[in-house]
Design a binder for this molecule. Structure first.
Ligand SMILES: CC(C)(COP(=O)(O)OP(=O)(O)OC[C@H]1O[C@@H](n2cnc3c(N)ncnc32)[C@H](O)[C@@H]1OP(=O)(O)O)[C@@H](O)C(=O)NCCC(=O)NCCS
Length: 336
């Protein structure tokens, strides 16, 4: 049977460390408020002067993942680039990354699914691989949030949460009858909640798409109904975890590690409680990176592999909920 396996992973964080205390110079907040409400202690942002886009971060992460996988750029059949903060309005960051990798005709696809971008990316890659359309896919999740946040007190509920970063995963087709690789996936979207978490402008439905009034109102910054998103995450994550397990007939206990999207430590703790799983089975690193959206799950995966928390024979569940709203889960087992 042809399955999709993770051949190698890599991550890259920009060098500018922004602690909770650093944020207090721009907005009325406190380290304690941020820590207690979100679990976040620090995050990394790109240099303040700009010039670094998500494809730049993705490029650094991709080089590491490719090196660990023994891949050269020419081995890649498809690039899937998940981001909500593309370098440009268009073309997609996947095209920019392909160029940085020296590729001149390899297809590149951007996924704009925010916090579930990596999950949608994995599912799409799995479909390409199992249908025979591609053998090796470079999947990247990368975000530069910091240049698009309102770091004044007006935007503090959103700005304190987000970090910049990237992670890449090399996905490869493998012939196996073993229960390895991507085992099952469940993806969902409910657009009725789109305005609970969004960046309004630039918007094609507005003419002009962005004007001085919108800028003054801060409509180019993300806004979030945090409580509503929180409530949905706490309801949907256990639901979709159960759904993906049911698809495979595997019991909850068969999962060695849950790697949830890193939106808020309290969401992941509530998930553990709802599922009656020990918190030691949930991988969290939001404390150090904040919410890196499409990068958060592969970033956590890369760390978990490096630390030996997961490896040969481990079963992992990736899951998350974010803007859209979209939510989903992917069940994966490392080959032995
Ligand atoms: C954003 C979030 C941390 C806010 O926490 P919360 O407990 O809901 O807090 P609230 O928004 O109700 O705000 C409570 C108070 O803190 C204030 N506050 C908001 N941000 C603050 C900050 N950074 N520092 C200090 N005070 C802040 C609010 O103004 C409010 O004050 P008030 O009571 O005087 O009106 C939380 O809702 C959350 O994490 N939601 C989910 C995020 C998520 O999953 N996103 C999806 C993926 S991106």
């Amino acid at each position: 049977m042809e399955k999709t396996i993770i051949k190698g992973t890599g991550r890259y964080l920009p060098p500018r460390l922004v602690t909770n205390d650093t944020l207090t110079q721009w907005m009325d907040t406190s380290s304690d408020w941020i820590l207690q409400r979100t679990g976040i202690e620090q995050r990394y942002w790109v240099p303040e002067q700009g010039g670094v886009g998500s494809s730049d971060l993705g490029f650094e992460a991709a080089k590491i993942a490719m090196e660990r996988s023994g891949w050269k750029a020419d081995d890649i059949d498809l690039i899937i680039f998940a981001t909500l903060s593309p370098d440009l309005f268009f073309p997609g960051s996947g095209c920019l990354l392909a160029h940085k990798l020296g590729l001149t005709s390899t297809p590149a696809l951007d996924i704009r699914q925010q916090c579930t971008g990596f999950l949608y990316g994995m599912t799409t890659a799995d479909a390409y691989i199992r249908s025979g359309l591609a053998k090796r896919i470079l999947l990247v999740g990368a975000e530069v949030h910091s240049t698009g946040l309102d770091i004044s007190t007006r935007g503090r509920d959103v700005a304190v949460i987000f970090g910049d970063g990237a992670a890449a995963v090399c996905l490869e087709r493998m012939e196996t009858d073993d229960k390895a690789g991507i085992l099952a996936a469940c993806m969902h979207a409910d657009g009725s909640l789109a305005e609970s978490l969004m960046t309004f402008a630039p918007a094609s439905r507005e003419n002009p798409r962005l004007d001085a009034k919108m800028l003054a109102e801060g409509r180019h910054f993300p806004t979030m109904d945090g409580k509503n998103i929180f409530k949905n995450a706490v309801r949907r994550l256990p639901e979709v975890a159960g759904e993906v397990l049911k698809k495979t007939g595997m019991p909850l206990e068969a999962v060695d590690l849950f790697i949830p999207h890193q939106a808020n430590l309290r969401i992941n703790q509530a998930f553990a409680k709802a599922m009656d799983i020990p918190e030691s089975k949930i991988y969290n690193n939001i404390q150090r990176y904040g919410n890196t959206t499409a990068a958060s799950i592969p970033l956590a995966l890369d760390e978990a592999i490096e630390k030996g928390v997961v490896g040969a024979g481990s079963t992992v569940m990736f899951l998350g909920l974010g803007a859209g709203v979209t939510w989903g889960a992917v069940l994966y087992r490392f080959g032995v």
